[in-house]
Write a new protein. Sequence first.
Lengths: 438, 329
Amino acid sequence: MPYTKRRRLVSSAVAVALGATALAACGSSSDDEAQSGPVSLTYWTWAPGMDKVVDLWNKGPGKKEQITVTVKKQASGDTLVTKILTAHKAGKAPDLVQAEYQALPTLVSNDALADISGEVGDAKEKFADGVWQQTTLGTDAVYAVPQDIGPMMFYYREDLFKKYGLKVPATWDEFAETARALKKKAPDTDLTTFSANDSGLFAGLAQQAGAKWWTTSGDKWKVGINDAATQKVAEFWGDLVKEGAIDDQPMYTPAWNKALNTGKQIAWVSAVWAPGTLTTAAPDTKGKWAMAPLPQWSDGENRTGSWGGSSTAVTTDSEHKDAAAKFAAWLNTDGDALSALAKESGIYPASTSAQLSGAFTSPPEYFSNQPDFYRKAAEIAETTAPSAWGPNVNVAYTTFKDAFGAAAKNKSDFTAALDTMQEETVADLEKQGFEVAQ
Amino acid sequence: MKSASRRRSYGVEGAPYAHPSPTTALKGALRAPYFFLVPAVVLFLLFFALPIGYAVWLSFRKVKVSGLGLGSGARTEVWAGLENYTDALSDSELLDGALRVLGYGCIVVPVMLGLALLFALMLDSEKVRLAPFTRLAIFLPYAVPGVVAALLWGFLYLPDVSPFYFVLEKLGLPQPDLLDGGPLYLALSNIAVWGGTGFNMIVIYTALQAVPAEVYEAAKLDGATPLQIALKIKIPMVAPSLVLTFFFSIIATLQVFSEPTTLKPLTNSVSTTWSPLMKVYQDAFGKGDIHAAAAQATLIALATLVLSFGFLRAANRRNRQDARQGAAR
């Protein structure tokens, strides 16, 4: 305690001299004091309603262990990664952060995430192997606890498929045939669109085809963005766009919403979270959609990719890593926490036992016509192909948007765009000083 | 107090150093302005010079990764010399972005300033009715934030949701795709012109109001028509305001960011690196390479400085020449 006392004296002296700057110093010194007593943690997350879930912790197990968690609502995805890295540079990252799986290597490579294998190691059995492996990056360390996943599925307008006499495609070949058949019957209507503004969709499709974009061998990274599997996917969509069988305009625009809402586009390759998006994008077509497994590359195969999904990680800047890890494990494995997460934040849990628990016995409201929605979803989630993320996913994703956006616009070769993506990603790794295997 | 009284005596006698002054008082008088400058200088250093200096410092550094780059200590910041600058200058995307912005500026600046001048002259003419209302109506778009304006126009450009396209379709007229190819430049320029004309008009209009009425009276007595007054008197008299608005417009054009960024999600035609500033943003926050971004930002700042001050200089020189010629005549 004498150390703390002295530090307090110093910091209050500084407070007089420097005013605002010293407020921070005072704050951190009281944190030190807390080491033996109550602990307070900050949690950056974008999940809606997370404060209510955290309240459960603060009033229940958190109260017993004297660990209080405060939620600070953030913007989602890439913007948060940048924000975490900037805060980490200043040594002021929060104790806990929400991070998408593909962002974990970037964060770990910047030394922003702590290894919490000691505290959460035994949570492993609660998750599918493919999901857990994303948080270890293939090492012995554990950098995060999985929270939600986004297994991909095929969504289609059941009524319009009947009207146009279409069959739900089981393979990608059938998918292409369906698109062409629809164009013949209703030239103004598209089966779907190839959108270049969300790289996660393409990454998930490539993952389903068996692509491994980043792998390691020894001390070197290997980039396989233009591997055979991804080339197959790029060629497939490129041909559909070129012959005009599907639309080439981006998703999430007012025009796209209208197309879904008026039946101008009658299917969407998406993930388990699609009901939420459809509720706002196409409110008039509620109850007219149905969900099926993703089309396969060959008969009898049963695989899907994932699009989205995130985890809870503890930062290296946290002064209470044990306490933070304890909370992360509770949040993503405890039954009460998971049903609250499902109810308040509308997430699809990574924890396998939770996928069929209370909150998921009835279908989402938008899909009330498909009572077994979540049972089917759990079956599909089990078939998720392993993913392989690297330390510069952000670069690959950005290049995707520009290269494929231009290719879709010009109806030009998609594999050339894929090569651009590969080259830029490798060039960036080499520029940063990573060793890249050829 | 001493220095103040001494000063007053200077004023009264009209010849400051006519009689010997005690050097101590003079020293105090010399020190006073610096004292008053301190707040401004401190603010300038803290919030202007320091961040710029830090950005320049960052632009000479880079991150070096060892091994797989996982875990602690895998990343170190090292000296990069001019590497980031040579990368930026040899990056075709940055140059292409500059060319795109040049094309955009060639539409925006003449159209916007032409309209602003026209509106100002019309509002300043004697026969205008409802002048205050019209002035406000033209100025109002300037009060709409750039992002909001871009969103608003973006919705109007999208064929599936735009009321314009609805009307065109009903009338059986051709429906151009405004978010692609050449028309994209018009679409982007339109947003800037819509938002910026009002502001520039007010600047020019204010200058017109400052022209003394006798000048017009003399011209009218000489039999000048309103058009002649506008062309031969008003425009030359407000030339300094035109130079000023041109100067602002060049800078605003070089810094175009929010309009293309807001339109980007609506179309495949706007890339994430459409304008140089978008490239800087993308490198800093998309790719996480703040060092490359800092180098590009420095280059853009230099280019802006050279272009805008180059223009000011040229304009001043011409003004002086004109004045000399006028005197000779």
